[in-house]
Design a protein around this ligand. Sequence first.
Ligand code: B3K
Ligand code: ZN
Length: 876
Amino acid sequence: MRDAEPKAIHLSDYRPPDWLVDKVDLDFSLHPSQTRVTAKLALRRNPAGEADAPVVLEGDGLTLVRLAIDGTPVAGPSFEARPDRLTLAHPPADAFELEIETLVDPTANTQLMGLYRTSRNYCTQCEPEGFRRITYYPDRPDVLSVFTTRIEADKEEAPILLGNGNLVESGDIPGTSRHYAVWHDPWRKPSYLFALVGGRLARVGDSFVTASGRTVELGIFVEEGKEARAGYAMDALKRSMRWDEEAFGREYDLDVFNIVAVSDFNMGAMENKGLNVFNDKYVLASPETATDADYSGIEGVIAHEYFHNWTGNRITCRDWFQLCLKEGLTVFRDQEFSSDQRSRPVKRIADVRALKAAQFTEDQGPLAHPVRPETYREINNFYTATVYEKGSEVVRMLKTLLGDAGFRAGMDLYFERHDGEAATIEDFLAAFADATGRDLSQFALWYSQSGTPLLTVSGAWDEAAGTYRLDVAQSVPPTPGQPVKKPMLIPLALGLVGPDGQDMPLSLGNVPVENGVVEVSEPQQSFLFTGLDARPVPSLNRGFSAPVNLASDLTEADRVFLAAHDADPFNRFDALQRIALEMLKTGARSGTLPAPDALITAAGAILADPALDPAFKAQALALPSEGEVSRELASDVDPDAVFAARKGLRLAVGTALAEGFATTYADMAATGPFSPDAASAGRRALRNLALDYLAVGGEAEGIARARDQFELADNMTDRITALAVLAQHEVPEREAAFASFYARFERDPLVIDKWFTLQAQIPAPDTLDRVKDLMLHPAFSLANPNRVRALVGAFAAANPTQFNRADGAGHDFVTDVVLTLDGKNSQVAARLLASFKTFRQLEPGRRANAERALRKVAETPGLSPDVADIATRSLG
Ligand code: B3K
Ligand code: ZN
């Protein structure tokens, strides 16, 4: 057991390690309940460490079997072995070999951290602090070592044995039913990148020739029988490898690259050196079982983990405060990859939607923290949207500020300087500053200040002078621990749209503005644009150049104009969304929707425009989510009122544009066999949006269309969206469709997850009982993170009216599940509890319910550090 009230760790307390590990030899004898682990560490005193420091190695729930120094067994009292720590108070020399033998029980490991079993296979997860559940080690990212791993197992039980690096030896153990494999990883790495896999798995193989001519054997290992579903992942891997060479000049550096898909995994995937371990949700796909979102998720996660080989593995983090150094940067890289593979504007819109839904809400609530936090109690709780998604936005802004060439020069210098090292955000920024000569000290505030900046913008047109003045004020709201903020450096991309819909020249004091970006750096600033022959409409924060909230004096008419004409596709989308948002906010507050004419005009024009990409249309015409409306309302939110306003507006748009949607539904029908490419996915997205609008009133025709599509679909996207449409209506077709879906896919857990999710999202008072019943369904298991997220996670995060029921039963249910789960898998439990992150914006009654439920959790004895940390900070 770990300490229930761990002390806070502070960035400012960082000290270099006292001992280094020059090499480590691991020997695993795999056994379901008694796996023997022998670790030989070549320890050496760090000249930069504290003189005379003892050797202190981390452990977590470990049992020591044997200890030897330079081959000689040692006994107490020369060392102290506790479950969480091994101490040698008086090391024998400044360099010596320490041999440690531990016994671990992978079957009893329900935390899915360290060595555990999934579908009878053995696998590991070590980031951030799982290696200490395997053996005693200086388990911190700034201790890098060369790992050699010998794995031995029963041949029948585990015919496949995989480790990091290259395979150097394998064979049978004579006279036994066992065999072994030895893997050597020549690249120094921290313990969190260690991995091994043993089990019965099928291999899908391919190869890749790098730019410099090295052949890399690629393997994707899946459950036997699922081989046919790994093709898309393999294709995405090869495209990622090529792209990293072309876009960043980064080549792969081992002879093999293996990916293993497992069905019990706490998150999406893990970038272990040469041996990525994946949640099978991000590997397996077939047209019948995977949606277009699944395909793009697979492409993105495969790329993300692969890109970590350089941003994360070759250059790692000095300490966990620097997590965004690898995560924000790698998210940026995977987003850029997907943008190049698909439609850049549509990818940007989807990413910003996700950023606002997850990160802006986090920044607005009690769990807000900087991209680089300065203190933590449980590091697992900092794998957040802020570290990942806002971390990526910060890198994107850097690129906007420095330009393509400056950014690439900075990245090249970063790789050159820090390859093989554990680096910091300061190192990262210094590479860009040195490569371009730019002072980035104000920019660095993006890493240390939490909260979403607010830009308040107003314009003044001077007809006589032909000038347009933009007055910009910036502020950053107070967040936990940070009551007062400094002004930030904000790259604001913009355009001035003339009456003919074309961009006007953008000049400040007659000097053209490069790349259309002005830099906001003061609390208040004015920009005087010159040489204009008519009043422009400003198009602000084009492409969402900065992750800020924007309050402008644009009128509804200006927005209708921008929705129709803006040269920046992101802002065309945003203008339409903003028109809808204002209506939804008024509707939710007053109970009466304003006249929707402006939205209908703007939406109708976009729907009818043959020049626009269907995927773009689908994004633009999907109204802001309930979560987005609540976030904009910010306080006193009544989720039922938000739901009612949104439903009302969907009905108004659906009714007014029924003809256009019917035509679109027909026009967007598939013309050939299923293909997961972006263009085909875009047509499906638009067609399915039309299906939803055509059914929103619940009339027989719309329901029948959804039912027919559900029954006749030849792919999962069309089938599941039809089911989602039916799920919103209390019609007999709904239950029939759910039953038939289950019967068709009952042997496919990843598909049954979708079935759980859709039921958990039904916005009806009996959903809570339905979810409780589903927890007893044979296909559900609290031990499997995907099942928990699909059912309970979806209820908490994607059913605002029912999770926030006025009687508090939704909150109580979720906290009860959190408490039940905590003893089994504290990370998944803590994640689930974090769904309360927006509770403070609720109206007083619901807020009190949420607070009571959180308090009950906080007061429960024996909580894990993960759950205790979220409960305390949420209430803080
Ligand atoms: N680096 C891992 C995340 C590990 C999370 C541990 N709680 C996956 C990724 O971001 O690529
Ligand atoms: Zn990552």
